[in-house]
Design a protein around this ligand. Structure first.
Ligand SMILES: CC(C)(COP(=O)(O)OP(=O)(O)OC[C@H]1O[C@@H](n2cnc3c(N)ncnc32)[C@H](O)[C@@H]1OP(=O)(O)O)[C@@H](O)C(=O)NCCC(=O)NCCS
Length: 203
């Protein structure tokens, strides 16, 4: 099941490799201010030591091989532009996962993330056979709320103090879809929604 790649026109979702270090670190450096308000942090009580890029890639691929995650870098024309990560994959009675994402500021607004997330959801349902996928978004993240609106995910309401972001526990809105709710693929649903025009979920 891992390594796995998904190619879709100019876009590709692929695993990170240790030799990606320079390009990855430069992309992250350029986007540090853009991403900081939305990035998950680890509470000090966890006592987690920071990892080098190489350690992080090794650990990401280990959890992916164990079937717990699908950590992809997103490339456009072979150049890294962001990340889509399927995490918390739980099998059995739950058969569910969560998806997180970001895209570089210099390519924001071009529909890269909705397309990449649609591909990842289709992989969750098609390749992994999961039942449900969720996306958790801070209520003030208008751009990310547009992503789930374009995908047509169901609003499941607010989870109080759900994730640790920028050093604090932050409320999140949860959006989800089950395989049974989807007729056709997520990519087809996205394309249909975009053709129709979408409304942002109410804030
Ligand atoms: C949220 C995010 C992933 C959206 O990715 P994207 O590939 O730009 O998605 P879209 O192209 O569909 O654009 C989504 C919305 O971003 C806004 N947007 C458009 N161009 C933009 C730009 N140049 N800069 C910032 N935001 C822009 C618009 O509101 C757009 O909605 P619209 O298409 O209805 O106008 C991206 O803004 C991002 O990485 N933000 C920082 C990290 C983050 O918030 N991650 C998600 C945490 S839940």
């Amino acid at each position: 099941m891992w390594p796995a790649r998904i190619t879709d026109g100019r876009l590709e979702l692929r695993p990170l490799r240790r030799r990606d270090a320079q390009e990855w670190l430069e992309l992250r450096r350029q986007n540090a201010g853009w991403l900081a308000p939305w990035e998950a942090t680890v509470p000090a009580s966890e006592g987690t030591a920071p990892m080098t890029f190489g350690q992080w890639v090794r650990e990401s691929n280990r959890t992916a091989r164990a079937g717990q995650s699908r950590p992809w870098v997103v490339t456009r024309d072979g150049v890294m532009v962001g990340q889509v990560t399927v995490s918390g994959i739980t099998r059995g009675s739950l058969s569910s996962a969560a998806i997180g994402y970001w895209v570089s500021r210099h390519v924001a607004g071009r529909g890269i993330t909705p397309r990449a997330v649609a591909l990842a959801i289709d992989d969750c349902f098609g390749t992994l056979g999961l039942h449900r996928v969720e996306i958790n978004i801070r209520p003030e993240n208008a751009a990310s709320l547009r992503v789930v609106a374009k995908l047509g995910l169901r609003d499941e309401g607010v989870r109080k103090a759900y994730l640790h972001i920028q050093g604090q526990w932050a409320d999140h809105r949860t959006f989800a879809i089950t395989a049974e709710e989807l007729s056709g693929t997520m990519v087809q649903r996205l394309e249909a929604n975009l053709a129709r025009g979408t409304q942002a979920p109410s804030r």
